[in-house]
Design a protein around this ligand. Structure first.
Ligand SMILES: *[C@@H]1O[C@H](CO)[C@@H](O)[C@H](O)[C@H]1NC(C)=O
Ligand SMILES: *[C@@H]1O[C@H](CO)[C@@H](O)[C@H](O)[C@H]1NC(C)=O
Ligand SMILES: *[C@@H]1O[C@H](CO)[C@@H](O)[C@H](O)[C@H]1NC(C)=O
Length: 830
């Protein structure tokens, strides 16, 4: 104990002097471990035969251990054995290792510079429209009043558009109230930040800056194309002076964290996104896995943990605000739900519209996209600062340029209301969004009184509205969550427009038990087997009949992989109660020899809690949560059925009883044991369900004992038996009712297969009674109708990739890995 405290102290001293890690992945293997706080990392090093390198970023009790390559597999085996033993015996196994992950170097993350525009089709655009004289005069007035003399200020149409009136961020009215970002600090995680640029240096925040690529305190751009981060920083906080233009929060501070110029380890990336997280309030991230329409990639568990750490402990517990660019792969058929950063519930995901208010060819749709804002496309791009003492850039674009404008807007809000939490700011973004192009984008009326489109999110952000709302916004209560059990489907997916539907009923009781009052994000983790991933698509219907297109088919994605424990996210259901039937429909629209099977899924509801006093922080994500070793076979629930009456199925903990530590809440305690916090997550192991002694079991061991006496077990199983009997009867009734309802439901617009009620509750799976109910009605619902890439763009679009390095998934589809140049590149600009 003393030793560990001492070691931690020593390391934090060491860490502050040499933050970025020097690792040699050619000669060594590296392991990230999460240790019990009471365990000495040195003792652990000894027990697994590895060298202790040091702590990982700001993650409490996380350390890196190393071993020479030739001994790496021995260490891995030791860790594996400890985990196995631990699972069997719970925390008493004594190793003190709560979690581990072998570390890898990631392929370089791609900047979200747009690919060159698809060749214009149709008639050439008319001559450039002229500025509106009254608007020009108004802008002159504003510049005079605010003493803005920056030479390109009047070209910064995203701030004040004198040609397409109203197509801007509507921020000048905010500035005129004296709200200019003073007090805010935004960090641009990118390829560097030119802190010597005249347009940035007065707002540069050195203490929040770091270079992880060439370790050192200054994130100075070094490579010839390290310009992206500086341009993004200019959009956020370019100084009001005589250089170039101004940022959205021109009296705010901006820091730079450089990670995109070389490959980076998970460890460094995890440290980077928590760097200076008590000072840096917002992290603006205009990058991600390649947007080529075939990559499906998420941050490693370690990085996900750093994000959770950021929202839970950054800014003194109010939470780091992560803003991610949605991605530029729309022309290649990509969708931001295939990117584990943009589909994180912790991210404000931002897509683009152009200065005419249209959807640009590159901006990716998805159900996780929160808002859009202005960027390149149509006749112009974003005008901002560039690398160099007094250099400007007129061609900044892509969703890369959209994200920072929202980050800058959030900075204005935090300058005024530093007490707002990361979730408050998501609410405010939704509140301040204005739907655009109601004629296109398949808008749905959402339960929170807004409109949502997969193409435009909740609409375009309006800075004035956001600030007005922020002035009086009452912080929402802490976050609660409900996780359904794993729902086994195990059925082949029919091809064509039909789909395979699986439903789960959430009762009010489950939500109350989970302390969950109303929804914000919804995530679905699923396993689908398929020989061609791109053929698949998934939609989800909520109890209120709202539809999330969780995934869309992708013509470029030929991976023989399906979805493996992939989590999709939706913000469509914000404001719904969550109670009722949730249906997930997996489709395989391509009629070909490529086939698949829907294996299982799990519904996760996130939102505001009922009782603040009872609410705990969510445990760290744990990759072993998704480990199906413990679920298959025991998952045969009655829940995969349309028409099951609301029963207390999830009260039967059919699975995950023998979960490793940090388990997400099991169905029996969907909201985690009160008192269980992320830092004392090991308590999960000693919870009654996890540590029930075998000798107490009334029934054969595959029946859970709930850790209670035989008498209580008799009572429980007796009750369960009664419920089952009751359900069979009621189920039959509801099934008939439901069939009627579905027939009458106008939203039910195509045929799908409905899994019949599986009455067996005892763990037998497979031969479901398999009655099929096929329906046909109305026309096919398609959120992207009229936006088909094939229709709108020539096939050239799909050949362009960005700055990504080729990855192993690229097969025959690869044509040329066009490296996008960022100098004057995109053919934008006048
Ligand atoms: C834009 O800001 C002005 C105040 O400067 C406000 O009156 C107007 O309503 C805002 N526009 C929208 C669409 O909210
Ligand atoms: C920002 O706020 C600080 C303290 O509240 C104040 O001293 C400073 O003058 C302000 N700066 C600007 C540019 O308004
Ligand atoms: C998934 O597909 C692979 C081959 O494509 C097969 O080996 C495996 O058994 C399948 N898994 C399930 C659960 O169907």
């Amino acid at each position: 104990m003393l030793l560990s405290t001492w070691a931690t102290l020593l390391f934090s001293v060491a860490a502050s002097s040499a933050i970025a890690t020097r690792r040699n992945f050619e000669s060594h293997d590296y392991f990230a471990l999460h240790l019990d706080a009471l365990v000495s990392p040195h003792a652990v090093a000894q027990s697994i035969g590895a060298h202790l390198e040091g702590p990982i970023g700001q993650l409490p009790d996380h350390y890196t251990f190393s071993a020479p390559k030739e001994r790496g597999s021995a260490v891995e085996n030791a860790l594996y054995e400890l985990r196995k033993r631990r699972r069997k015996r719970g925390i008493q196994s004594g190793s003190g290792i709560l979690w581990y992950e072998k570390q890898r170097l990631r392929p370089r993350l791609a900047k979200r510079i747009p690919p060159p525009p698809a060749p214009r089709q149709g008639p050439p655009p008319p001559g450039r429209p002229q500025p509106d004289p009254i608007a020009v005069e108004a802008l002159d007035d504003i510049a005079r009043t605010l003493e803005i003399q920056d030479p390109i200020f009047k070209d910064q149409w995203h701030i004040f558009n004198t040609i397409q009136l109203g197509h801007d961020l509507n921020v000048t009215g905010v500035w005129l109230q004296g709200i200019t970002g003073n007090g805010s600090i935004t960090s641009v995680i990118d390829d560097g930040l030119d802190m010597y640029s005249h347009d940035l240096k007065d707002n540069y925040f050195a203490a929040g800056s770091y270079d992880y690529n060439d370790p050192g305190p200054e994130p100075r751009p070094r490579l010839f194309d390290d310009k992206h981060g500086t341009r993004c920083a200019g959009e956020i906080a370019a100084v009001r002076n005589n250089a170039c233009g101004v940022g959205m929060a021109y009296d705010g501070k901006v820091s730079g964290i450089r990670i995109l110029s070389k490959v980076i380890s998970d460890e460094d990336e995890a440290a980077a996104i928590n760097y200076g997280y008590q000072d840096n309030q917002i992290y603006s991230c205009s990058w991600g896995p390649p947007d080529d329409g075939r990559t499906m990639d998420a941050p490693s568990t370690l990085i996900q943990r750093a994000m959770v750490n950021g929202v839970q402990h950054g800014r003194g517990g109010l939470g780091s605000v992560f803003v991610f660019a949605a991605g530029n792969g729309a022309a290649a058929g990509d969708n931001c739900n295939f990117d584990g950063y943009t589909n994180s519930i912790y991210s404000i995901t931002v897509g683009a519209i152009d200065r005419e208010g249209n959807h640009p060819y590159y901006s990716e749709p998805c159900s996780a996209q929160l808002v859009v804002t202005y960027s390149s496309g149509g006749s112009d791009a974003i005008h901002t600062t560039d690398v160099g003492t007094n250099k400007c850039y007129i061609g900044h674009g892509g969703t890369s340029a959209a994200g920072p404008l929202v980050a800058g807007t959030v900075a204005l809000a935090l300058g005024l209301r530093p007490d707002l939490s990361w979730r408050d700011l998501q609410y405010l973004c939704i509140d301040a969004a204005i739907p655009v192009h109601l004629d296109d984008g398949d808008w749905q009326d959402t339960k929170n009184g807004k409109k949502f489109s997969h193409v435009y999110g909740y609409g375009k952000i309006d800075a004035w509205r956001l600030i007005e709302a922020a002035k009086t916004f009452e912080s929402v209560k802490p976050q609660a969550w409900y996780n359904s059990p794993w729902l086994s489907v195990q059925r082949d997916i029919p091809q064509g427009d039909r789909g395979l539907a699986s439903s789960f009923d959430v009762t009010q009781e489950m939500l109350t038990k989970a302390n969950l009052e109303r929804l914000e994000h919804v995530t679905v983790t699923m396993n689908v087997n398929h020989t061609r991933r791109g053929d698949l698509s998934v939609e989800m219907r909520s109890p209120h009949g709202l539809i999330s297109h969780l995934s869309t088919s992708r013509r470029n994605d030929a991976a023989q992989a399906g979805y493996v424990d992939w989590t999709f996210m939706s913000v469509v259901h914000w404001g719904e109660s969550g109670a009722g039937t949730w249906t997930v429909i997996v489709k395989d629209t391509e009629l070909n020899e490529e086939k698949g099977r829907f294996i299982d899924w799990r519904l996760n509801l996130w939102g505001e809690c009922i009782d603040e006093a009872k609410q705990t922080l969510h445990p760290y994500p744990d990759e072993h949560d998704d480990d199906h070793e413990t679920t298959t076979g025991s998952v045969a629930t009655t829940s995969v059925a349309v028409g099951t009456p609301p029963t207390d199925v999830p009260a039967i903990p059919t699975d995950h009883i023998d979960r490793p530590v940090n388990a997400k809440p099991t169905p029996s305690s969907s909201n985690g044991t009160p008192g269980l916090s992320s830092t004392s997550a090991s308590a999960a192991d000693s919870s009654p369900t996890a540590s029930s002694a075998p000798s107490d079991s009334l029934l054969p061991s595959f029946f859970p004992t709930f850790g209670v006496s035989k008498r209580t077990q008799i009572w429980i199983y007796g009750a369960v038996a009664l419920i089952i009997l009751f359900c069979i009867g009621l189920g039959a009734y509801f099934f008939i009712q439901r069939r009627k309802r579905i027939r009458n439901n106008p939203r039910d617009d195509y045929e799908f297969e409905i899994l019949d009620t599986q009455e067996d509750n005892g763990g037998v799976d497979g031969h479901a009674s398999g009655k099929k109910a096929k329906r046909r009605a109305g026309e096919l619902y398609d959120a992207f109708a009229g936006e088909s890439d094939d229709e709108l763009f020539s096939s050239d679009g799909e050949e362009e990739t960005y700055r990504d390095i080729p990855d192993s998934e690229r097969g025959r589809g690869e044509k040329r890995a066009g490296r996008m140049e960022s100098s004057g590149d995109t053919g934008h600009g006048p």
